[in-house]
Design a protein around this ligand. Structure first.
Ligand code: GDP
Length: 330
């Protein structure tokens, strides 16, 4: 059975993902703001990487793995796909495999099926679009807001920012620096002010300025503390009241290097504020691309943005099928 091919595809979730991200960063460093191209192989030196990977896995199996299915599941778990999703993929592939079928192709189908189609940011064509951004401190929230503001401004949209993280001392200064860099307008109040009141003022100010998008920063102190979730729910309610509808996007910023812990955090935020998409940061700092599958499968929300560095251009719209193709190819 061609199990080595399947394993190669699976491990490539991390390895080829990382290679691809490095290539994306290189391009971003050249000043480009392009999306990840759809053409597989365009950003990933795929053949060389995959061939090496396939070879090593084949030799591993020829070396005598006596339970390839268990090995496959273990590889998925180690690539941060998560225990539940890994088990589900293996069970499904195992059930669908028959004499002569190619497990690699079956795993590929599973990966494609889980990732689904690209999910763009939903912003209204007219009037003020509202993007609420949540996540634990240190995940990369402020940086992502800054990069997103720069990206939207470059696309010709007028962007306002709301500094509703009134808890953290340096939050508004940090946001102010990003606002200046990206050409966005920042609405904030003094430390300790009511985050809901900042959000309300920011909506009114953004509407008065004729902004196209308002990005709302929120506090991210320990997610396990109930008051934070209550605060986020309140900010959401205020935004809903001020705009007349729920935020167009509620993005959860998740640090890709936190693996399954990040998934647990994400669940808590999702229950509080109905997350519509994930911005996965620090993808340049992990070889475990499997987190992308775990987010989609375990949380039921798509990864929409990927942070690939600390620079202003290090933010990509996530293209799941191109990612899957790179993972699977070879
Ligand atoms: P916040 O507390 O969630 O607002 O997090 P910050 O935006 O302050 O980011 C925390 C740290 O992570 C900073 O040093 C950022 O430069 C860094 N960071 C954010 N996004 C990325 C990324 O995509 N890649 C890398 N390498 N670092 C990042």
């Amino acid at each position: 059975m061609e199990i080595a091919g399947a394993l190669a595809a699976v491990v490539a979730v991390g390895v080829v993902g990382l290679i691809a991200i490095r290539a994306i960063r290189k391009r971003a460093a050249g000043g480009s703001h392009r999306r990840a191209p759809d053409a597989p192989g365009d950003v990933a030196p795929r053949p060389a990487a995959s061939a090496g990977l396939a070879r090593s896995i084949r030799s591993l199996f020829r070396g005598g793995a006596n339970d390839p299915w268990a090995e496959l599941e273990d590889l998925l778990v180690r690539a941060d796909v998560g225990p539940a999703t890994s088990a589900r993929i293996v069970a499904s592939v195992r059930e669908r495999s028959s004499n002569g079928s190619d497990p690699a192709a079956l795993v590929a189908e599973e990966i494609r099926g889980i990732l689904g189609d690209a999910a763009d940011l939903h912003l209204p064509a007219d009037g003020l679009g509202v993007v609420m951004v949540v996540g634990v401190n240190g995940a990369g929230k402020t940086t992502t807001i800054g990069k997103l503001a720069a990206r939207l401004t470059e696309q010709g949209r007028k962007v306002s920012l709301a500094g509703s993280d009134t808890f953290r001392a340096a939050a508004s200064e940090q946001l102010d620096a990003w606002a200046k860099r990206s050409g966005a307008h920042l609405v904030t109040q003094s430390r300790g002010s009511d985050p809901g009141s900042v959000a309300f003022d920011a909506v009114k100010a953004a509407q008065a300025r004729g902004s196209d998008v308002l990005i709302v920063d929120t506090a991210g102190r320990m997610h396990t503390r109930e008051p934070l979730m209550e605060e986020l729910k309140k900010v959401r309610r205020v935004l809903e009241k001020a705009v007349g509808r729920t935020p167009d996007e509620t993005l959860l910023v998740l640090d890709a290097t936190t693996g399954q812990n990040g998934i647990a955090q994400a669940r808590a935020f999702g229950e509080a504020v109905a997350v519509t998409g994930v911005a996965l940061t620090k993808f340049d700092g992990t070889a475990k691309g499997g987190i992308v599958l775990a987010v989609r499968d375990q949380l039921g929300v798509p990864v929409k943005l990927v942070g690939t560095g600390e620079g202003v251009t290090d933010l990509e719209m996530f293209d799941p099928q191109a990612f899957a193709q790179r993972v699977i190819g070879g």
